[in-house]
Ligand binder design. Sequence first.
Ligand code: GLU
Length: 295
Amino acid sequence: MSPVTAYTGRFAPTPSGYLHFGSLVAALASYLDARAAGGRWLLRMEDLDPPREVPGAQDAILRTLETYGFVWDGVVERQSDRHAAYAAAVDDLLARGLAYPCNCSRKQLEGQAIYPGTCRDAGRPLADAAIRLRVPDAEYRFLDRVQGEFAQNLAREVGDFVIRRRDGLFAYQLAVVLDDAWQGITDVVRGADLLDSTPRQLYLQELLGLPRPRYLHIPLLLQPDGHKLGKSYRSPPLPADQAPALLARALRALGQRPPDELADGDAAAVLAWGVRHWNVAAIARQTTLAEAAVR
Ligand code: GLU
């Protein structure tokens, strides 16, 4: 019998670019939290959006993780292999009247912070339409392990959101809840840019009868200009020859205090130190952090 582990974590990069320092910090947090709990750590490529994918990025991300000493469990899953599951969920939500086709154009929605519900009860045809999920006028809340209590009223703060785009691509919100459940993820550790996606994911879990994982959102690193690290600029891949020093810096970004000499060792030794000393209480209870502050 295979051993039952109470903890399964994951790192779920989007191959729209190479692994940058911000994503290294996210990978490290999810890895340390899983390993410190004696748990499994899975890797999932979130390759939902081929037009935004950088050729070669998937391989480059995996090679960088290896160079930085990360060892994952099982095979790397890819969202591009999971379309049948996503399509089945969309059909189910449509059949239950919980989702509906929407053919509003981008122009029609211009300037609207929240979808006004134009197509909600309009009985639009399925062809050439996005699929939106009806959201209730209700608050969805959870207790984040770092950020504390977080709540959102879905109708007032989010609105009916897209689960399948008009071009047929599935939305992250839908794919992530299906995959986390399918992979048996008990703990989601990721950047705080996704904090305000979580209530949408809780609602989808409820509708689809999926378990709710625990959540831990780490502060997002910001560049001096206030942009999220790595997203607005095409960051180069992380250098292969600076793994120990950059891992030590990533530990500091998570509030951990690695000894200076650790950066002179190898990547595996930094990770091993990180697992032994992992202290969630030391992570800043902030949604953002200036990258310059953790050099
Ligand atoms: N693929 C997402 C990203 O790279 C992360 C999704 C998640 O961790 O839920 O930002």
